[in-house]
Design a binder for this molecule. Structure first.
Ligand code: MG
Length: 466
């Protein structure tokens, strides 16, 4: 998500291209949520809006605040309840709704929440729509409905069933094959929005399922972002259970990451790489990734003789290019993969089916053997906290000036590219951090590159702060 505007209340409210996120009990209060929902209700002219939420403990508060704004602007609200972001967007598409709101802060920490906005049938807002939304929000010029034109709320309890049915109907899922293999899988949903749907999907695919942190209560026992460091418990359980595979989602389950049968957390880059390799074996077509996605994707594209388009980081840019090129798959290195036959959004639930089907077709190879057959690179991902997003902007500008002797790709942030390695420096759109990703042929080189970049950035931050 690229930030378009940050409104200070101690920098704990971030407004980005896809929505708004903030710290609950601080900047993210009920009146702000209601005003955003009323602005959205005004934007969609009081039509039908699908609303769902992740499991965060602030979800009920946000849910009622959002409903107030939507009903007050005359919207017909369809409440699909607690479910993953891709489930809400798929329901929006199925119901042909005029818009949708997902109450989630995705992978942000437990004390955050927010709203992600989408236009008709789950489409991300266009720039014109975002500008319109912000104008109405800022001005408070809401089209409030009269007493006899108030909106309504309907509850639909079948969203999860419909999403599972949608995934299983993809022509690349063959339940006969996955059931015949009957993999043993540990699924760690971090007590987030995937807690119900993903174990159920795995059972539909014939897997023996060990549920870990699948209580949808919003108390996250590990960080909501499923980085390798956050998955110690999953790795242990995969080993102690003798499972074939471990899966983990972020809090809204649009991302999926993998743990091998040896209990080793795999880089989140593997989710997209494996899904791409799998799908391109079935159908040829373009792929779309971001500038910070692994070089493994270039190798996949070369192997299959297809085009790989690289875009700025953010699902919106990837989706736009996918629609334009008719790409067969797209995604990000964070573990978010887009399957266009289902919908144009990152879907961690569909990724489960893709990986299970891939393994069924690779039988008897283990996930480690499948990974071993792909030329790999070492990736280092670090983030550096910055005092504010304004300081991050200044630091990035100074970094561009610092790296004058390099070939710089400025598609998104700064990407320094050499023959055998690259490093990408980007400001997060959703948190007050600068992300530094590097990739090289060895772990040492990747870590050195990340480390020296972090040192440079730290000294620049210090210079700016003084
Ligand atoms: Mg997410």
């Amino acid at each position: 998500m690229n930030e378009i505007k940050s409104r200070a209340s101690g920098e704990d409210l971030i407004i980005s291209v896809s929505g708004v996120r903030g710290i609950v009990g601080n900047a993210l209060d009920p009146s702000l949520l209601t005003r955003f929902a009323a602005a959205f209700g005004t934007l969609v002219k009081g039509q039908t809006v699908v609303v769902g939420r992740d499991t965060r403990t602030s979800g009920p508060m946000a849910h009622h605040a959002v409903f107030a704004g939507l009903v007050a602007t005359g919207c017909r609200v369809i409440d699909v309840g607690v479910c993953p972001t891709p489930t809400v967007l798929l329901m929006s598409k199925a119901l042909n709704s005029d818009g949708s709101l997902v109450i989630t802060a995705s992978h942000n920490p437990i004390d955050w929440n927010g709203i992600e906005f989408a236009s008709e049938s789950g489409r991300l807002l266009s720039e014109a729509e975002r500008t319109h939304l912000m104008r109405v929000y800022e001005s408070g010029d809401f089209k409030l409905a009269a007493w006899d034109k108030q909106g309504s709320v309907e509850v639909i309890g079948t969203a999860i069933d419909q999403h599972i049915a949608g995934v299983l109907s993809c022509d690349w899922v063959m339940q006969d094959q996955t059931r015949a293999q009957g993999l043993k899988v540990v699924i760690d949903c971090g007590n987030g929005a995937g807690s119900v749907i993903s174990p159920r999907l795995l059972r539909e695919l014939g897997c023996e399922v060990v549920e870990l942190n699948c209580t949808p209560n919003g108390y996250f026992p590990r960080p909501a972002e499923p980085t390798p460091d956050a998955l110690n418990q999953l790795c242990e359980v995969v080993k102690s259970e003798g499972a074939d595979l471990g899966f983990a989602h972020d809090a809204d389950a649009d991302r999926l990451v993998l743990v091998s049968e040896e209990g080793t957390p795999l880089s989140s880059e593997y989710t997209f790489t494996l899904a791409a390799e799998f799908l391109l074996n079935k159908r040829k077509g373009d792929m779309v990734a971001t500038v910070s996605t692994s070089r493994m994707l270039d190798d996949v594209a070369d192997r299959h003789g297809v085009n790989l388009h690289r875009m700025p980081v953010g699902v919106g840019f990837v989706v736009e290019k996918m629609r334009e090129t008719g790409a067969v798959i797209g995604g990000e290195g964070t573990g978010g993969v887009i399957y266009p036959e289902l919908q144009y959004t990152t879907d961690g639930v569909a990724s489960i089916a893709a990986i299970i089907q891939l393994l069924a077709e690779s039988n008897p190879s283990t996930i480690s053997e499948v990974i071993g057959s792909i030329p790999s690179y070492a990736i280092c991902k670090e983030k550096l906290e910055v005092p504010s997003q304004q300081i991050a902007d200044v630091v990035l500008q100074l970094a561009i000036e610092t790296y004058t002797d390099e070939t710089l790709d400025l598609t998104d942030g700064i990407k320094r590219i050499w023959e055998d390695r690259w490093v990408n420096i980007r400001k997060s759109g959703t948190e007050p951090v600068i992300r530094v990703f590097s990739e090289a042929q060895t772990v040492e080189v990747a870590q050195d590159l990340c480390g020296s970049t972090l040192d440079t950035l730290k000294s620049l931050i210090q210079r700016v702060s003084n």
